[in-house]
Design a protein around this ligand. Structure first.
Ligand SMILES: *[C@@H]1O[C@H](CO)[C@@H](O)[C@H](O)[C@H]1NC(C)=O
Ligand SMILES: *[C@@H]1O[C@H](CO)[C@@H](O)[C@H](O)[C@H]1NC(C)=O
Length: 354
């Protein structure tokens, strides 16, 4: 705009000077004729227009560049705003996770063909649980490479222990009901680790997660509510579709169990059917699993040392109406042909971990 105004003045000035010089100097007269010829005026105007256009063009480009920068700036700003709200959301989630108790799941395990498959199924469920600590106890005189490497690659928080079942507990000659108790020494080793490593300041839940079950993620959210001992139904166990505590509709308390197998047990529950608040485990330092109880009494044995009776049980999983854990126990694979290969000294899994 300024440029145009100046050019206007220039034209006026030149026109005036033409009139002024006209009569006084013949040379200048010729010059003015030349100068004032129409075509020159047109040329002059074109040059003015071109200059204007050039200036406008440059300014327009500057403006465009500016606009581009501005738009980038605006979109960056909205990116930052999105990120900030995402951070706030994550902070909320972290606070929520921190407020939840840690679930210490104790899994006794022993070497067998299906071991890695069972542990894989468990680990991949447990990966969904943020507030989770896996205590894996091998029935072995030394930690095996398979379990050591498996845990190291699991991306879970874990403690790896090992203790072998004493050989004298492998036979029960005098007792007709005697069965080799599985996992006693291993679960006790885990309880010992918990009592040595954790304090009353730790907010936790202790659960006995055998490696032959299938667990729903929902079960772990239920456990978080436990103040003393929580109980819930277990599918496909005890010779039933579901073995469960019976809950009174009005009082919302556990009043009995539907177990058919050894229903006289003080707590006729499966190992997967309950979990205990860490506080109780720490308060009752002498509560252990035992080699000297009848088979099927391990659950009752540990619970009776921590609570006086079933009135202290907290029914979970919608007042014991939902099944979030199943005793699926993988069928032992038929490996007859493998035996033939082993005899030939050429096992199919030579150099391959199965
Ligand atoms: C566990 O295994 C290690 C070797 O891996 C061994 O030194 C240790 O004594 C074992 N612990 C128990 C309680 O048997
Ligand atoms: C308790 O509740 C269940 C399911 O809601 C129902 O089927 C049953 O009849 C109730 N029992 C009593 C005694 O009210």
């Amino acid at each position: 705009m300024v440029g145009t105004a100046e050019q206007c003045h220039g034209v006026t000035a030149m026109t005036e000077s033409i009139f002024f010089v006209e009569e006084s100097n013949p040379k200048k007269k010729m010059w003015s004729r030349f100068c004032c010829s129409k075509s020159n005026v047109v040329l002059f105007l074109i040059s003015v227009i071109l200059t204007q256009w050039l200036i406008f063009y440059q300014e327009y480009h500057k403006w465009q560049a500016f606009q581009e920068k501005w738009n980038n700036y605006i979109s960056e700003l909205s990116d930052v705003q999105t990120k900030i709200s995402r951070i706030n959301e994550l902070e909320g989630k972290i606070a929520d996770i921190k407020s939840r108790p840690t679930i210490y799941a104790i899994t006794p395990t022993f070497a067998r063909p299906v071991q890695k498959a069972e542990l894989t199924r468990l680990a991949q469920t447990f990966l969904h649980i943020f507030n989770f600590h896996w205590i894996v106890v091998e029935d072995s005189v030394k930690k095996t490479d398979l379990v050591t490497n498996f845990l190291a690659q699991s991306r879970l928080a874990y403690t790896h222990l090992n203790v072998s079942t004493p050989p004298n507990y492998k036979l029960g000659k005098n007792d007709p009901n005697w069965k080799k108790p599985r996992g006693v020494e291993q679960r006790n080793a885990a309880l010992r680790w918990i009592r040595e490593s954790l304090t009353q300041d730790d907010n936790g839940i202790v659960f006995f997660a055998d490696d032959d079950n299938t667990y729903s993620i929902k079960l772990f959210r239920e456990m978080e509510k436990i103040k003393t001992v929580g109980v819930w139904p277990v599918g496909l166990v005890g010779g039933l579709m579901v073995e469960k505590p019976i809950c009174d509709n009005v009082t919302r308390k556990v009043v009995g169990f539907n177990s058919v197998w050894k229903p006289d047990r003080p707590f006729p529950l499966d190992m997967a059917g309950f979990a205990v608040n860490l506080r109780l485990i720490l308060e009752h330092k002498n509560a252990w699993f035992s080699f000297t109880v009848q088979s099927g009494y391990q659950e009752s044995e540990i619970l009776r040392q921590m609570i006086p009776g079933i009135e202290h049980l907290e029914p979970l999983a919608d007042f014991c109406t939902k099944v979030y854990v199943w005793h699926t126990r993988t069928e032992p694979p038929k490996l007859n042909d493998e035996q033939l290969l082993i005899k030939k000294g050429k096992p199919s899994n030579a150099g391959i971990e199965v």
